[in-house]
Design a protein around this ligand. Structure first.
Ligand SMILES: *Cc1c(COP(=O)(O)O)cnc(C)c1O
Length: 372
């Protein structure tokens, strides 16, 4: 089976040489030297002023909401991984869904202001697939209404916009280093705080039970990560540029073969992209299901990332409507994309999709097939 994603693993000797030292030091967790090294290296690689390594991307979101003392309504996107919404709910806040821009699939800034009430305290938006939200407009709206901004940047490792790290926008950006993500530490994540040192200190406390030494200052949680995870990150970081280049090459092959067949979300001008995902948009759900099954029958996995639209989660109290997100969720499918995917498989996958669409459908599609 060709999976939809596959984690990069560094040469095992490189990992072992870091890990074997732990048998001497016996310092396995609690802000150990590998964690500190990884934080430093990530800060410089990502061009961000502050970064804290945590145990996963969901914990990063929870800490962000907690640290910014958000308690009421949070304007958020319906088109993301479920953790974006559940983090808001877990912190006993109220998610208020604002529909997405049909081109970037990120929250639509034109629709944010009409969703603001006297209880709105924050905007939590996702740079979905690593495509930047309209950070400039969101910043303006947030300033005008005195709102905090958190970006779920789980997909945005290494993305730059006009030469600046995307992670530098908003009050806080959160990353996930889960093994399905572009850069991974098996499990892991990070918080990037753009407010300043005081918040850094507070986040450190929250990450580690809310105390330092004998000073019990606040209610914290355990969101630390271990030396084993940090060592995986240190090894993987050495290969990240190669990984991104390889994924770019695969993306370009898909693009070349599928351009006339399916739509894709669009990446705005000035964005240095990271090739985190390869989503394609079909004309309707029936086409998607037929192509997905065809690929499955040929031992190729795909993923309906992201479906359902999060405003339709069954456990939400308020039933809101986001027609664009609900429509796109039914028609979007992520294709296999990982650094070790073979070129011949990329071609095979693309051909199966073209065949599937040609069989599926309309005369104009058939016409397109003959033109290829
Ligand atoms: C993966 C992901 C998360 C959660 O990260 P974990 O490290 O798995 O907890 C949150 N938001 C988005 C958009 C994600 O893709």
């Amino acid at each position: 089976m060709i999976p939809v994603s596959q984690p990069f693993l560094p040469p095992i000797d490189e990992y072992n040489s870091l890990i074997s030292k732990l048998w001497d030091t016996k310092w396995l967790t609690n802000n150990g030297p590998y964690v500190q090294q990884l934080e430093d290296k990530l800060k410089s690689y990502l061009h961000v002023p502050s970064l804290q390594f945590v145990n996963n991307g969901t914990a990063a979101l929870l800490l962000a909401i907690k640290a910014l003392q958000i308690k009421k309504e949070v304007i958020t996107t319906p088109f993301s991984f479920v953790a974006t919404t559940t983090s808001i709910l877990w912190e006993n806040c109220q998610p208020v869904f604002v529909d997405i821009d049909p081109r970037t699939l990120c929250i639509d800034p034109d629709k944010i202001e009409e969703a603001i009430t006297d209880k709105t305290e924050a905007i939590l938006a996702t740079h979905v697939y690593g495509i930047p939200c309209d950070v400039t407009r969101i910043e303006k709206i947030a300033k005008k209404h005195n709102l905090k901004v958190i970006y779920d940047a789980a997909h945005s490792f290494g993305v730059h916009i006009d030469g600046k790290s995307l992670l530098e926008f908003g009050d806080i950006s959160t990353l996930s280093f889960h093994s399905t993500k572009l850069f991974h530490t098996v499990e892991g994540g990070a918080i990037i705080n753009n407010i300043g040192d005081k918040l850094d200190q507070h986040l450190k406390l929250l990450r580690s039970f809310g105390f330092e030494g004998e000073n019990y200052q606040t209610v914290g949680i355990n969101a630390k990560n271990s030396e084993f995870h940090a060592a995986m990150g240190l090894c993987n970081l050495k290969y990240i540029n190669q990984i991104i280049l390889r994924r770019r090459m695969i993306t370009e092959i898909y693009d070349g073969m599928l351009a006339n067949w399916v739509e894709k979300p669009s990446i705005p001008e000035g964005v240095e992209y990271n090739y985190a995902y390869y989503p394609i948009i079909f004309e309707n759900e029936q086409e998607l299901i037929s192509v997905m099954n065809k690929l499955k029958n040929n031992n190729i996995a795909t993923r309906r990332y992201f479906n359902p639209s999060l405003n339709k989660l069954p456990y939400l109290e308020n039933n809101s409507s986001c027609p664009i997100s609900e429509d796109i969720s039914k028609r979007i499918l992520c294709l296999p994309l990982f650094s070790e995917l073979h070129v011949c498989d990329v071609e095979k996958i693309s051909k199966l999709i073209m065949e599937g669409l040609a069989n599926e459908s309309t005369d104009n599609r058939r016409g397109r097939l003959y033109r290829v």
